[in-house]
Design a protein around this ligand. Structure first.
Ligand code: G1P
Length: 297
C-alpha cells in the first residue's frame, strides 16, 4: 500500500534580501498578504492536503515564525475577557498540536537542496512534501491537495509545474517532457535555471513537491549546481536516471511569485479583491486610480 504524505518541509531560511529593509528585523515569511502572513497560506494549504507534521528549516533571525505558531496566553485571555470569540477563533489557525511542528536550523545558506537535506533526520522511509512559501497559489482546490490526489495515481516524485515565458526560464527549474498526458507529464530531464536557449521546455517547476525518500539519499551525494548551490532539482533529476518516476503536475490555480516585489503586490491586490469584507471598497479605489491614470495620459 502507498504511504500517505503526512509531513511537509518548509524551507524558510532565506535572508529575504529583496525585501530589505523590512526583512532586516522580520522574516520574509511573516510579511502579510492583506492580514495573514505568507507562511499562514502555506500552512493552510498543507493542512488541506492532509499534512500533519510541519518541519521548518530556519536560520538566525527567524524567531518571529516560532512565536507566530505558539499560543499567546496574554492575547488570548484579553480577547476572551472582551468576548471577542471571532478573533479567538481566527487565532486557532495559528496554533499547532503539541509536537506537530519542528524547527531545524540551516547553518549555512548552501541552497534549497541543502535546506531540504537538513530535515532528513525528521523523516523516516516515507514520501514527503516540500512547500516554498514564496510561491502563493490561489486555487479552488489547494495546489498540494490537487497534487496529493494526482500522486495517489502516479506514485513517485511529483513537482508542481506551470508554463512560463521562454525568456523567464532562467529563474526556474525546467522540465524536459517525456510524455505529456495533460495535467500530468512524465519527465525525462530537469535543469535548474537554464538560459532560454538551453531550456528543454518552458514548463517550469513551482514550489510544491511530493518526493520519495530516495531524493533525500541523492541529496547526500549531489555536488553544487546552478549558482554554486546544492539544488533540489538536481537531486530529483537523479531519480529520473535511477527510478524513472518523476512527474510534473500542471495545477489549476493562479501562482504569485511573492519572492518578488511585483508578485507580492499583485497577490495583495488579488487577495484583497477576493475578500468579501474588502472587495467593494477596494474595487472602487482601484477603479478610481485607473481612471485618474488614463485621464492623465
Ligand atoms: C526554487 C527552485 C526552482 C523553482 C523555484 C520555484 O528557486 O530551485 O527550481 O523553479 O524555486 O519558485 P528559487 O526561486 O528559490 O531561486
Amino acid at each position: 500500500m502507498k504511504r500517505k504524505v503526512t509531513k511537509a518541509i518548509f524551507p524558510v531560511a532565506g535572508l529575504g534580501t529583496r525585501f530589505l529593509p523590512a526583512t532586516k528585523s522580520i522574516p520574509k515569511e511573516i510579511m502579510t498578504l492583506v492580514d495573514r502572513p505568507l507562511i499562514q497560506y502555506a500552512i493552510d494549504e498543507a493542512r488541506a492536503a492532509g499534512i500533519k507534521e510541519f518541519i521548518f528549516v530556519t536560520s538566525r533571525g527567524k524567531g518571529a515564525l516560532e512565536d507566530y505558531f505558539d499560543h499567546s496566553p496574554e492575547l488570548e485571555n484579553t480577547l476572551r475577557k472582551k468576548g471577542k470569540t471571532d478573533l479567538l477563533e481566527m487565532l486557532k489557525s495559528t496554533n499547532m498540536d503539541s509536537g506537530a511542528i519542528a524547527y531545524i536550523r540551516q547553518h549555512k545558506a548552501l541552497g534549497l537542496g541543502h535546506a531540504v537535506w537538513c530535515a532528513r533526520r525528521l523523516l523516516s522511509n516515507e514520501p514527503f512534501a516540500v512547500i516554498l512559501p514564496d510561491d502563493v497559489i490561489a486555487a479552488d482546490t489547494p495546489c498540494l491537495q490537487q497534487m496529493v490526489e494526482a500522486h495517489a495515481e502516479t506514485g513517485g516524485n511529483m513537482v508542481a509545474a506551470m508554463e512560463v515565458p521562454t525568456e523567464k526560464t532562467s529563474a526556474y527549474g525546467v522540465l524536459d517532457i517525456k510524455e505529456d498526458m495533460g495535467s500530468v507529464v512524465s519527465v525525462k530531464g530537469m535543469v535548474e535555471k537554464p538560459d532560454a536557449d538551453k531550456a528543454p521546455s518552458n514548463l517550469a517547476v513551482i514550489g510544491r513537491y511530493i518526493l520519495t525518500p530516495d531524493v533525500m539519499n541523492h541529496l547526500n551525494r549531489i555536488k553544487s549546481g546552478a549558482g554554486g548551490e546544492l539544488q533540489l532539482t538536481d537531486a530529483i533529476a537523479q531519480e529520473i536516471t535511477s527510478a524513472d518516476n518523476v512527474y510534473g503536475f500542471r495545477f489549476k490555480g493562479q501562482r504569485f511569485d511573492c519572492g518578488s516585489k511585483a508578485g507580492f503586490l499583485q497577490a495583495t491586490v488579488a487577495f484583497g479583491l477576493a475578500r468579501d469584507d474588502l472587495k467593494d471598497e477596494f474595487q472602487d479605489y482601484l477603479a478610481d486610480m485607473m481612471s485618474v491614470r488614463s485621464a492623465a495620459q
